[in-house]
Design a protein around this ligand. Sequence first.
Ligand code: NAI
Length: 242
Amino acid sequence: MDLSDKKALITGSTRGIGRAIAEYLAKAGAFVVITGRDEERAQQVAKSISDKAIGVAMDLSDPDSIRSAYERIEKEVGPMDILINNAGITKDKLFIRMSLEDWEEVIKVNLTGTFLLTSLVVKGMLKKRWGRIINISSVVGFMGNVGQVNYSATKSALLGFTKSLAKELASRNITVNAIAPGFIETDMTAVLSEDLKKEYLKNIPLQRFGKPEDVAGVVAFLCSSMADYITGEVIHVNGGMF
Ligand code: NAI
């Protein structure tokens, strides 16, 4: 797998799945742009991953931050070939207690942020007539989950986003795919109670939770020439739970 002539931006890549994706793409030779809300942290992670990496603060809940960060990135390293829309947040609550604020906060980061950044990055891809966009959805976008009406709505919506955008961009050799991870061990799932984790484990045929690397390997594959003929697709990485 050789991505040495490619530049990749990964949102929310200071930890968890995003960081593992950045490590895998860097290992395949890509120049990687690490983004997160904290510039210093993003720069530290970039430094620890590769010489061919920079770290830039980009808050996906803030349109101005998205615009100014991407302008800076384009000025410093040029337009991106690969975009991984990974960052996502939860604000879990039973529907009956879910406020408009809980709803909007999750939509803003998971969906509107993804829309805004993609619309900036895609311009450079259209000029190059090459691009890879990968959106990180979730198994709960397919199965639903108690307490996650807001989150799972955004993860289902990312599929419509993926499939429609794939159709619009295919003639320019830009592929758009999604990955729907199951239960992956990161900070996001570390907050769940042991009882709940045991319950989830019962429904995973491969009898273990996933690791960030399980997702990162599939991302690397989708960015590589081995996946040149795959677009508008969703790949489930969930140990068989769906
Ligand atoms: P995490 O919570 O460990 O990492 C999320 C990343 O997003 C962090 O780097 C964080 O700084 C960043 N982020 C949060 N708010 C942001 C904002 N406003 N602007 C920019 N960056 C922001 O989560 P994890 O588990 O690594 O999740 C990554 C993606 O995978 C998310 O989209 C999540 O929904 C999805 N996912 C995770 C699963 C899991 O079991 N961990 C399962 C299915 C999907």
